[in-house]
Design a protein around this ligand. Sequence first.
Ligand code: ATP
Ligand code: MG
Length: 482
Amino acid sequence: MHHLSLRGRVLALFSLIMLAAIVGAVLLLISNAREAVRAETAASQELAKKLAIAAVGALARTGRPDTILSDLPVQLQHPRHVRIAILNLRNEPTTKALLEPAEEADAVTPAPAWFDALIRPPVEITRVPIALDGATMGYVVIATEPSDEIAEVWQDFRALLFLMGAASLILGLAVYWALGRSLRPLATIAHGLEQLQSGNYGVRLPEIAVPDLARTGRRFNDLAATLEATIREKEALSQQLVTVQDTERKNIALELHDEFGPCLFGIKVDATFIESEAGKLDGETGPALAERARAILEIVDHMQQSNRALLSRLRPMALGHVGMPQLLEDLVKGFRMRNADVQWRLRVPDDLESCGETADLTIYRMVQECLTNAARHADASEIDVTLQTVPPSAANGRNGVAPMDAVRVLVADNGRGFDPATEFGFGLSGMGQRVKALGGAFSIRPRPEGGTVVSILVPVEREGRAAATTADPAELKGRAHD
Ligand SMILES: Nc1ncnc2c1ncn2[C@@H]1O[C@H](COP(=O)(O)OP(=O)(O)OP(=O)(O)O)[C@@H](O)[C@H]1O
Ligand SMILES: [Mg+2]
């Protein structure tokens, strides 16, 4: 019963109850009918007996012993539900056949054997002696024969059974239909929940006509609305977080560049001056001073190097000054220099100049991390970076938000391959978080032909197109969390 739907269960229960009712009714009917048939045939037999006694008496009065046995059948009145035979003293029938019960005008079809067997009472036989002047000449034998009566009961029984069956069927169908109608909203609600689960937070249910479920439907809609708002807010926050982080880094980079750079340069100039002036001094002090000045210069060199490394880690200096193809080409060039035995390939569409600051930086960081990983972990001889522009489509429009332009970054290597069971380090998890915050997608998998492929989808807000799309409300909705 567990695998049955609610509808099936109710229907099964209903059928069971109806079946029990029908079986009960049949049992009651049969036991009543058996008693009624017995009483009816007994009464008929009693009547037949009285009639036989009267007929025998009448014939006896005429006093013709030779014809009494052959005249008797003509004189005998024959009620229903009995068979009558006239036997001589040797128990031989004197008529060719037993006398059959009176035929009824509306003779009914006989009951089937099993029904007959259930109802038929045991045959009762009585004998009426045929006596003339004190001498017994034979017997009128009267046996019960309830076939007619049973046939009538059978007819009633059949009609009742048919009625009950038809009523159950109609009731069952009605219950099935009504249940289906009342439960249909549940399927709607389930469908709505599936939509929510798959990320379509814009889903709303139509007003439900069944009062008990209408409340659930309205709550569902409220819940979906709340969820939608919360998710939008979260998306906006995550994106804001990325933007704020980028801006902060940019400011720190600027500070380092504009403050520390000139200061270090100033120290360097002064130390160089001290070094050269110290060379002109006589005695011990001069060389010692020059020595200290050179030490300072070394420290400054080191600081300048660290500063530059820090700067480029915080934010590639060229970002915003050169286009994406150039920026990535420079990045790959650095890797190519450090790993000459690897074939590095880069394909960037020509028209992909800039995708907006956040997206540019994201793409840059992703490629940087992927190349670092490939160089560090893959042990590959070929590493390919491919950028593709992805037009707006249902595939990258998430959560009911209008689809937007996106850039797909594919970094493939032919190395040892990525084991999906590997735990993400800072690199991969940071990449995933950043892409997710921007509403994109990220995956890393082994390639069937060997090696690893990282696929990243970065949603793009192109400045050039922003003005043109402002008028489109659907687009505006998509950009609502800007
Ligand atoms: N291209 C690749 N080929 C094979 N394995 C890879 C590749 N990229 C990543 N991996 C595996 O995934 C793991 C996690 O990478 P992830 O970049 O998150 O961390 P990491 O590179 O080890 O350290 P970091 O936090 O400095 O990036 C790696 O340690 C490596 O085992
Ligand atoms: Mg890494």
